[in-house]
Design a protein around this ligand. Structure first.
Ligand SMILES: [Zn+2]
Length: 325
């Protein structure tokens, strides 16, 4: 169902003028960098570093006073709840570009990458603003979510003296969803789009072994060879003793629900909604996040006994899912 031939050529011609331009509106922080937001951020992130929240500790640090966590950079300029609703600013070229994609059937959007760079620590009182440029738009790509285009933006952050304090690159995929307008009618396409597949995990040295166990029907849990503590998801180093030696055990899959949410929206292709996502306390003593299936979401409760079963969640991928025990 991808755009092809002349239709694709015409569409891509319309995309070209957006590459390299500023989006036309600046994001200006509504409050200067301040202690209250820093504290709330640190609480939410569980970051207890004194230089962010403890004035006395910060005073004797190399910073000689409170600084904001560098990763808060974008928090200083985000528009808050207002971002989600209201009228689009007609000057906003990024929103205009997204609408152009929508009109051609690429109504899905998912953020795929982000990278931040920090040039200096921000301190209470600093005023932050940000200017965004549309850096590039990819060729049309076939992805796990559907056919689409990657849009890269680059945001430069400035302080009250117009000095650059950091930058953010952000990549989204605008992809074709099934409610496509009739743009491809008349192309003689009778292909029935396949059932959507879930986004596949990125496999590497540190986690591939776990997925190989799943493939064989086993729910494995990594275990520190030095201190014996279990950990999941798989990672190279023990958080307790910093040992990089590890082995693994197989879980019985028995557990109880520690916490859960029921997701109704947004609906990501490849999942069935409402979707119950639970943190399960496995009886071996570690936690595992997965879906609870075949139970009315209204009946799911904290403390419910569940049993894992490894099964196909789409045509290609197997995962442990939980059912009421
Ligand atoms: Zn350990």
């Amino acid at each position: 169902m991808a755009l092809a031939g002349k239709a694709r050529e015409d569409f891509e011609k319309k995309l070209k003028p957006y590459v390299g331009i500023g989006i036309g509106v600046e994001d200006v922080g509504r409050n200067p960098v301040n202690q209250a937001m820093i504290r709330q951020w640190c609480e939410a992130m569980g970051d207890e570093l004194g230089v962010y929240t403890d004035a006395a500790a910060a005073a004797v640090s190399t910073h000689e006073g409170i600084v904001a966590p560098p990763t808060m950079l974008q928090a200083w300029i985000l528009g808050g709840v207002a971002m989600a609703g209201g009228e689009d600013d007609p000057r906003d070229k990024q929103k205009e570009l997204h609408r152009l994609f929508d009109e051609h059937g690429f109504t899905g959007v998912v953020a795929t990458n982000t990278e931040q760079k920090y040039l200096r620590y921000l301190r209470p009182g600093d005023e932050v603003r940000a200017a965004t440029q549309i850096e590039s738009i990819s060729e049309q790509k076939a992805t796990g979510l559907g056919v689409g285009y990657f849009i890269n933006t680059r945001t430069l952050f400035y302080d009250q003296d117009d000095a650059e304090v950091g930058s953010l690159t952000f990549r989204v995929l605008k992809f074709e969803t099934e409610d496509r307008p009739s743009a491809s009618e008349g192309e003689g396409s009778s292909a029935i789009p396949g059932k959507p597949q879930r986004i596949k995990p990125v496999l590497g040295h540190d986690n591939e072994w776990w997925w190989q166990c799943v493939e064989k029907g086993e729910l494995a849990i990594q275990k520190c060879s030095s201190c014996g503590v279990l950990r999941h998801p798989p990672r190279p180093m023990c958080g307790e003793c910093q040992s990089t030696d590890w082995e693994f055990i197989f879980s019985t899959g028995r557990g109880t629900i520690n916490s859960y949410v029921v997701i109704h929206y947004p609906e990501v292709p490849g999942y069935t909604y409402p979707l119950v996502v639970a943190v399960v306390d496995l009886e071996e003593g570690t936690r595992f996040v997965s879906n609870v299936v075949d139970v009315d979401p209204a009946e799911v409760e904290i403390g419910m006994s569940v049993q894992a079963s490894i099964e196909h969640v789409d045509d290609e991928m197997k995962l442990p899912v939980f059912r009421r025990a």
